[in-house]
Design a protein around this ligand. Structure first.
Ligand SMILES: Cc1cc2nc3c(=O)[nH]c(=O)nc-3n(C[C@H](O)[C@H](O)[C@H](O)COP(=O)(O)OP(=O)(O)OC[C@H]3O[C@@H](n4cnc5c(N)ncnc54)[C@H](O)[C@@H]3O)c2cc1C
Length: 480
């Protein structure tokens, strides 16, 4: 993965840029000492790192606008940052950029239970949005596994999802309005506290735009009353393909579980050792959760277990208590941490049509064998959002590169079967150079023209999403 050479003219003007930023911020909101900048040198894609020129940590939309205005006038690139948990390198700096972090913008600005909305500053973490309303019986539905740490800012930029998004939709389905600051400091309001905005769906455009169009500082989010009850069941199979078939059959029959999560043997073993969840010894396992009244739950679980039993499962375990439900989820929720203790890994994020699951799982196994690497699968199976974890040893020469090549092949396979390079983690730098596998030149040109409108100087997160050679001419004009 390549990043553009930093602009020497910007590096040589660091003192002046810092001086101007200091004029619009309090002392503790500006970081420029080399040793302190290291804390911002990467996000959760830790294979790549580069300390930025400076970091600003504003506390309000006005301060964000003032910082952007300075950077616009000084023609310094800006990389917006929430909590830095991106797995795609979306918040990775370049040496000549200013990181604009919203982590100090955590206020709840408004809660309205009658209209079922909450308005927050976007540095607030995902889980603490639910935290602000749960005592009153409400919750915020999108639930990335990183929800304890990741910010609403990053969730909006990446259109993040999570285990329960099968039923409730991803971020875009739960975002009603946003305050966005454009690169020149202009503040715009998109959407509002109501379904659908008048005019073009610019909110839909900004959600998932990976910090390319503007900096989102405030968000109006949909909150929902907590369901009456929820219960998971665990289903083990002796082949991944059979588990994939079961997912496909459940979706086909027309019931909508709140979550269908998949783990294969390497993941089951690692998470069970890590958490003591008590998972069965099997090749693949599903956790299927349904919600509703007791009668609704019983009815849905009855259909699901019937479908599973037709496929000769190793085990079907329907939770009988809150404690058992928590144990069933325990391993799944700690899956990335558990795998990280054992191996280095690359976490992929392709989506596929659910019906293709058995075929794609088989092909991933074959491809992994061909590369001599192991792949562990843990993912949101219900919506076809796959997270193959390619296991490798970073201390062994060439293994990272081999793992990256396998990753590219797997993502190409996702596109081939009618899916997409990214479900919820975004393109960032990780899939930037693969974009041509999904989009031809006119497609990419059309997408870049959208950025031209919002950010004509190509200063916002400029080295991401579009292959470097495709965006080179635009970035060069911006640098002149
Ligand atoms: C262990 C682990 C588990 C994860 N599980 C999930 C999961 O289940 N589902 C999922 O979807 N993701 C998951 N992720 C990925 C990650 O948490 C999400 O992409 C998350 O939304 C990133 O949020 P963040 O605040 O950390 O954003 P950052 O990493 O700081 O930034 C992400 C992107 O958003 C842009 N951005 C940040 N702030 C702003 C802003 N204010 N305005 C405009 N653009 C901005 C950045 O430029 C960057 O492109 C996981 C990550 C980890 C490490």
């Amino acid at each position: 993965m390549q990043m553009p050479e930093p602009d020497g003219r910007i590096l040589s003007r660091k003192a002046e840029v810092v001086r101007r930023l200091a004029e619009v911020l309090s002392d503790d909101a500006l970081i420029h000492a080399p040793e302190e900048l290291r804390a911002y040198e990467c996000d959760a894609l830790t294979a790549y790192a580069c300390p930025p020129l400076a970091v600003v940590l504003p506390v309000s939309t006005e301060e964000v606008a003032a910082c952007l205005k300075v950077c616009h006038e000084e023609r310094v690139p800006v990389v917006p940052r929430g909590s830095g948990t991106s797995l795609a390198g979306g918040a990775l700096p370049t040496a000549d950029c200013v990181i604009l972090g919203v982590s100090r913008m955590t206020e709840v600005l408004e809660t309205d239970y009658a209209d079922r909305i909450i308005r927050v500053q976007t540095g607030r973490t995902n889980l603490s949005v639910t935290g602000a309303v749960e005592a009153d019986g409400f919750f915020y539905a999108p639930d990335p596994s990183s929800q304890l740490a990741c910010a609403i800012a990053g969730n909006i930029a990446m259109n993040s999802g999570g285990a329960h998004c099968l039923k409730y939709g991803v971020t875009t389905n739960n975002l009603l309005g946003a305050t966005v600051v454009l690169m020149d400091g202009t503040v715009v309001e998109l959407g509002g506290a109501h379904m659908d905005a008048g005019g073009l769906d610019l909110l839909g455009l900004v959600c998932g735009s990976e910090g390319q169009l503007g900096v989102v500082t405030e968000a109006t989010l949909r909150i929902l009353p907590k369901p009456e009850g929820a219960r998971p069941c665990l289903i083990g199979f002796d082949a991944s393909e059979t588990a994939g078939q079961c997912v496909s059959d459940i979706i086909k029959v027309g019931i909508l579980p709140v979550a269908i999560e998949f783990m294969d043997r390497p993941c089951i073993r690692a998470t069970d050792d890590f958490s003591g969840a008590g998972y069965p010894d099997c090749a693949a396992m599903l956790i299927v959760e349904v919600e509703g009244s007791d009668a609704e739950i019983d009815e849905q679980l009855g259909v699901i277990t019937q479908i599973a039993r037709r496929l000769d499962p190793v085990e079907v375990r329907v939770s009988q208590s809150e404690e058992e439900s928590a144990r069933i989820w325990l391993g799944r929720k700690s899956a990335f941490g558990a795998m990280g203790q054992l191996n280095d890994y690359i976490c992929l994020d392709g989506t596929i049509p659910v019906g293709e699951l058995p075929h794609v799982l088989r092909r991933i196994g074959e491809m992994a064998k061909g590369y001599g690497l192991e792949v562990a699968n843990v993912f949101h199976a219900g919506d076809g959002n796959m997270h193959p974890l390619i296991l490798f040893n970073a201390n062994e020469d060439g293994q990272l590169e081999t793992a990256e090549r396998l990753g590219e092949d797997i993502l190409r396979l996702c596109v081939e079967v009618g899916g997409c390079l990214t479900g919820e983690h975004g393109v960032g730098v990780e899939k930037r150079d693969l974009m041509a596998a999904q989009f031809d030149v006119p497609d990419l040109e059309a997408q870049m023209r959208v950025k031209d409108v919002f950010d004509p100087g190509w200063l916002l997160n400029p080295a991401k999403v579009f292959p470097l050679e495709t965006s080179a001419a635009r970035r060069a004009v911006a640098a002149e």
